[in-house]
Design a protein around this ligand. Sequence first.
Ligand code: 5GP
Length: 183
Amino acid sequence: METGKLIVLTGPSGVGKGSLVRSLLQRHPELALSISATTRAPREGEIHGQHYYFVDRPKFEDMVELGELLEWAEFAGNCYGTPRGPVLDRVREGKSVLLEIELLGARQVGQSFPEALKVFILPPSKSELERRLRGRGQESEEAIARRLQRATEEIEAAGEFDFQIVNDDFETALRELEAVLGF
Ligand code: 5GP
């Protein structure tokens, strides 16, 4: 694969982006994953600096004000953003960087970096997505409802992306993802 690419991976909450990314990084350690900042509270097992930088709202607003974020968006009541410095450093070093972000952020990256490769992960169906979201068992009913509402909006925009991959069978989706990334 060519080096120094910006890769954007988007798809509704619960579609399995996280698992795809984990497998991709295991199989291709030369890829770098951008670690986002968020105002969301950590889920059980999530580690600051590894899964996210967990920050409070004033700190997040400072990062926005200071131009430290490459993109940012509000999602289901919390803010999420990509720290600019580490991403640009990795790309300059010739490394490809993966951004696992939602739709509004993906659009911002597409505008700033038209050469970025944008991939959308689709669920096999809405009912399967809902089942996976509930299966996580860590979200309130209200949070699940907000994520499902947002999922509908995101899926409608899947056509804006360079590639769409359906995550029905995990291994098949992973192989398709590798293929579009040029592995
Ligand atoms: P979760 O709360 O499930 O970890 O993430 C919620 C959504 O926020 C997911 O769709 C995830 O891809 C997205 N997200 C995570 N980090 C970022 C980021 O830095 N920027 C944007 N725009 N979205 C993000």
